[in-house]
Design a protein around this ligand. Structure first.
Ligand SMILES: [Zn+2]
Ligand SMILES: [Zn+2]
Length: 98
């Protein structure tokens, strides 16, 4: 890391796919803590995720119907998450095709 003053950065939230601002202050905080990674979630999703984690569930944002939801399992990291409703309708379509 260079010794320059960090600027506000626009990142895309991994959960809701919306852009959010990673402020210079937060970047300094991350650097101080030695975090190598950028934040993956916007503040809103982080708040919801924390709340759900306390209740033993994980927050997901469905890539198909665009709804917020909760899952008992952690959302997959390598692909987009979908809610249980869309999962069921996809599974149904798949069996109808066969
Ligand atoms: Zn988000
Ligand atoms: Zn859905």
């Amino acid at each position: 890391m260079e010794n320059t003053i960090p600027e506000n950065k626009t990142l895309v939230c991994k959960t809701c796919q919306k852009e959010f601002l990673w402020t210079a202050n937060e970047q300094r905080y991350y650097a101080k803590k030695g975090f190598a990674k950028q934040p993956q979630k916007c503040n809103n999703c982080r708040k919801v995720a924390n709340k759900l984690r306390e209740g033993g569930t994980f927050y997901i944002h469905c890539a198909i119907c665009d709804a917020d939801g909760a899952m008992l399992n952690p959302p997959p990291k390598d692909r987009v998450a979908i809610c249980s409703q869309c999962f069921r309708s996809l599974a149904k379509k798949a069996t109808q095709k066969a």
